[in-house]
Design a protein. Structure first.
Length: 107
């Protein structure tokens, strides 16, 4: 029987480095989910986007928890974020819906 397995590379620093040891377990889980999304959706520069609703569902957390831990990941230099809009190719107008673009930072 052939089994196909996929792996993600996650820095050990979030578990072993003194500066990250105090990160709450759910924050580390969110980082893991972001790394998974990066491997699935990132462009050549490492940016990918997810709406807060989609990312909260991916991680199995509430919107409030998601926002709290995204902030901690940004403050600790693990993740970079940018708010973006989709642009209609025909009209060149930005969408009203905003999504967050993410990039996992090298630590």
């Amino acid at each position: 029987m052939s089994v196909s397995t996929y792996f993600n590379k996650i820095t050990r620093k979030i578990y072993n480095d003194e500066s990250f040891k105090e990160l709450p377990p759910l924050c580390k889980w969110l980082y893991t989910v972001l790394v998974e999304n990066e491997s699935r959706f990132a462009d050549k520069e490492g940016w990918f986007f997810r709406s807060d609703d989609d990312l909260a569902m991916d991680a199995g957390v509430s919107d409030k928890t998601l926002k709290k831990y995204k902030k901690i990941l940004r403050e600790n230099g693990l993740v970079e974020t940018s708010i973006m809009h989709f642009t209609d190719k025909d009209t060149n107008k930005k969408s009203k819906k905003k999504v967050t673009a993410y990039r996992i930072k090298d630590t």
